[in-house]
Design a protein around this ligand. Structure first.
Ligand SMILES: [Zn+2]
Length: 407
């Protein structure tokens, strides 16, 4: 019988195991053993085998859930858009803001002007804010550089954030976020630049775990995205897609065709698009922060996603323009309030299904033997509270890869 590194007893445990009812709760009091950073045993405390534990701690009735996963953020950028936010509320029109240099291109300019250190220092508190509410894995996209040099700098900064914090950072190349200003009116030329120059460099340097694009009438067409995804697939990189956010442009079908890890936003996705996602086992990532900020009224097809068995993930979409939200708990609350998701669907969306959206389902997202010991310990009476309260300091402790990392 091997020794355990850490044994947690007197716990209440929501495993969030797939298809387990009622949050996958283990009968109380529950216990969990950790060895080599992974879960070695989990179950009813009275069934605990007699292994020796090097460290033993009582959880005193606290709740343990899988650590949270934010599977869609753009949290590395220069500047912010608070001035524009204020102007809009003072009645200045979108056109006037755009004419005075506002909008996404103002973030692109500020990001290009920022050094790697400046981008790192600005993003670090955002990563720490997520970690402080129990997030152990964060996906970070590029997409505010729109040139080879800056896109690579963003990905390098994202990797550095993962090294400097207990958070595991997954990076995504989103150079196809919008057409670079140098290529105005020539989106095809910009896609050529990404396919021929940027993507091969990023792949060679191992800077991205996935490739993303924004498929929309104001960004890139289906055929342009397909060209990019073909190239990514040839380089062995999985793809994800910003799809059907402002109109139904067949984004869900396109993502499904390329066996994308996820299709994100989906407000305008048709019934046909939902069936395509289901057949391709593609995760639907819903982003209520952007829906709220943009004052959208078209709801994503939540009922169709449910009846077709499409896994639903929830993320912050943390970005300076359309979702200045650095709290996954807030995104969960918004998904309940705006999209009518249940608290259990939200917690699955920020754990198990978020892992699926990053291709990490074999390694994390639920509390099961063999998975990484990424655990959030909560001062709550029930896990349904995680989508109910916001702004409450309920994280008692975070265990990441078997090590206590918070507080
Ligand atoms: Zn996004």
């Amino acid at each position: 019988m091997s020794d355990w590194d850490l044994l947690l007893t007197e716990a209440r445990i929501a495993t969030m195991r797939d298809s387990a009812p009622d949050y996958g709760v283990v009968e109380e009091p529950a216990a969990m053993a950790i060895s080599d950073g992974h879960i070695a045993w989990i179950g009813k405390q009275s069934d605990l085998p007699k292994n020796r534990a090097n460290d033993k701690r009582s959880m005193a009735g606290r709740w343990l859930t899988p650590a949270l996963i934010d599977c869609h953020t753009h949290l590395v950028f220069g500047g912010d858009r608070a001035r524009e936010f204020e102007q809009r509320l003072q009645g200045v029109s979108y056109e006037d803001i755009a004419r005075s240099g506002g909008g996404i291109l103002s973030t692109v300019q500020a990001t290009r002007e920022a050094s790697a250190d400046e981008l790192f220092e600005a993003a670090l508190p955002r990563v720490n804010a997520l970690a402080g509410e129990g997030v152990a894995t964060v996906e970070i996209k590029s997409g505010y550089g729109l040139d080879c040099e800056t896109e690579i700098r963003i990905l390098e900064v994202a990797r550095r954030l993962g090294e400097a914090t207990p958070v595991d950072v997954r990076t995504t190349l989103l150079a196809a976020h919008t057409v670079a200003p140098e290529y105005e009116g020539n989106a095809d030329g910009y896609i050529d630049l990404i396919c021929d120059e940027l993507l091969p460099r990023v792949a060679e340097q191992g800077l991205a775990d996935a490739v993303d694009a924004y498929c929309e009438s104001i960004a890139f067409s289906g055929p342009q995205v397909a060209r990019l995804f073909d190239k990514a697939s040839r380089l062995g990189l999985p793809v994800k897609l910003h799809a059907d956010q402002l109109s139904d442009c067949g984004g869900a079908e396109l993502a499904a065709n390329f066996k994308a890890l996820s299709a994100d936003h989906l407000e305008y996705t048709s019934a046909k698009g939902v069936r395509a996602l289901s057949e391709a086992e593609c995760v639907a990532v819903l982003l209520p922060g952007a829906f709220l900020t943009l004052g959208e009224t078209q709801l994503p097809p939540v009922d169709e996603l449910r009846t077709n068995g499409v896994p639903i993930a929830i993320a912050t979409d943390c970005n300076p323009g359309t979702s200045p939200i650095c709290s996954l708990r807030t995104a969960m609350m918004l998904a309940c309030r705006l999209f009518r998701l249940t608290p259990e669907e939200c917690l699955a969306g920020a754990t198990r299904n978020a892992a699926l959206a990053l291709g990490l389902q074999d390694d994390r997202g639920t509390l099961e033997v063999g998975k990484r010991a990424d655990i959030a310990v909560w001062d709550i009476s029930h896990p349904r509270e995680l989508a109910y309260w916001t702004g409450t300091p309920q994280l008692a402790e975070a265990i990441t890869g078997g090590h206590i990392t918070q507080p």
